[in-house]
Write a protein of this length. Sequence first.
Length: 324
Amino acid sequence: MSLLLRRSVLLGKIEDNYGTDASPGTADAILCAAPTVTPAGDLLTRDFVRSSISPYPHVIGAKTVEVTFDTEIKGSGTNSSTSTSDIIPEIGVLLRACGMSETVTWGSTSGTPTTYSDLTASYQPVSTNFESATIYVYFDGVLHKIVGCRGSAVFTLDAGAFPRISWTFRGFYQDVVDESMVTGVYDDTKPPIVESISLVLGSYSPKVQSVSIDLANTIAEIRDVNASEAMREIAITARDTNGRINPEMDLVANYDFFGIWKDATEKAMSCTIGSSGGNRVIFSCPSIQESSLAYGDREGIRVLDIPIKLASESGDDELVIKFI
């Protein structure tokens, strides 16, 4: 029997206790592309001398699993409901497992609401109390269960395309089993297109073809002789949130790219993808700085390739993502 690549289902659920299987079900399905599961383990060799020069068999020591896949950036499609949880996007679980908090608020209703308007689900980085997720990946009859998952993400906004996220998670290895395929229950909201997103640098509106933001979390393997498989935790120990933009070059009088880079001037960057209630996504970066500048060519137009750094004076707000 051949296993078909396209018959794959990914489920994800936040764990109540770190490393304990949260048992995600079909309602926890996350629509994704190109899921991969890659086990990694220490190759323990026994490099001893004897009369033969043949090697001894090796043993696999401490083991982890890496899971990668892509998703769309979209809302739940709902911003007026009797339940605040309706605004939470399908990828909310993944954002939380990447070291981001989830806060749900509503706007114009006070007291004990019966309906909600202007519902907002906000995500921003944390530095303590990191959450983790259990991820199940079904490959046409084969099931990988990965617990204790934490990871990082790269957000890509290309003009005229669907916005997307590339995810990388690491978790504990579990034995692979045969398991019948499940039918995931997905949010059928279509993602907004990257157009008319009102991207601004401070008060300046650049002409940009692509924007990317990388959480750049450092994912560490915390080993412990008392832990099963010698692995106690997959931990987020640092982040270096950065990105890249490629605006058209402009006159210095309009925007002094080189002077701003020279002075390490901080400015805010923000954009809004989508216009429909329940399917608007706002990216807010209160302080970005250019790392370097390089000229480029886009269809005969002079552009700049600019790596950016996202910083925060107060901490834990260098990137805020709101679903409205």
